[in-house]
Design a protein. Structure first.
Length: 224
């Protein structure tokens, strides 16, 4: 059985990033995503149509790349710089939400979650017939644990020390507990089966239109 799509994508992106680092080349993450997708499709073009994991993985990463900076800027009033933000780093007067101005770590997690969820939810709706109402809240609780799970899992695989798997097992148990608890909440999801494909296409057109409009608005604010 081969590696999952997300692992292959991460491997390709990580390899190219390391090569660019060795040769002192500046890396554009959006180009890395396109390169990883094109490479995988070159070996198996059917992934684009038949592999839901491929579709969800790249949509999630694209959502993070497009929306992380705008969402974080909206919450904190600070820009991290980059192509898709206010154009310069630092505090933006009059911007940001009071709680998040001094809680950038939480704002980061929310920005990643919102970006990923916004682009994958139409595809999830089309394939599974439901929309989770608490997905952003659930991911906000879970995301901080994932790096530790990955580290302990990697160390276990490399060293073979079973004892290192215990922290990963414990953290995964917490993740599953949070997921099951939130799933048990009333009205945890909206079920809409057999949604036509053209509705999904319209939703994606609307989302990208709004993202484009947000980018133009931020460019105007950055260069009045």
């Amino acid at each position: 059985m081969g590696a999952p799509t997300s692992a292959i994508r991460a491997g390709i992106m990580g390899s190219v990033f390391m090569i660019s680092y060795v040769f002192y080349r500046e890396t554009d993450l959006s180009r890395l995503v396109v390169f990883a997708g094109a490479t995988m499709l070159a070996f198996n073009p059917l992934l684009l149509h038949y592999d839901l994991g491929f579709q969800l993985s790249f949509l999630a990463v694209t959502g993070i790349l497009l929306l992380h900076n705008p969402v974080k800027t909206f919450l904190t009033g600070r820009s991290d710089g980059g192509d898709f933000c206010y154009g310069s780093t630092g505090k933006l007067p009059g911007k940001g939400r009071l709680f998040f101005r001094n809680n950038e770590r939480i704002a980061d997690i929310l920005a990643v979650t919102v970006g990923a969820q916004l682009l994958v939810f139409p595809l999830i709706l089309y394939n599974f017939g439901h929309i989770s109402l608490y997905s952003v809240f659930a991911n906000t609780l879970i995301v901080p644990l994932l790096p530790f799970i990955m580290v302990f899992g990697f160390l276990t695989a490399v060293t073979g020390f079973v004892i290192l798997a215990f922290p990963a097992f414990l953290l995964l148990s917490i993740v599953l507990f949070v997921i099951n608890m939130i799933y048990s909440f009333p009205f945890s999801a909206i079920y809409l089966e057999n949604v036509p494909a053209y509705i999904i296409v319209f939703i994606y057109i609307f989302i990208f239109y709004k993202i484009y409009g947000l980018k133009k608005k931020q460019e105007r604010e950055a260069h009045p």
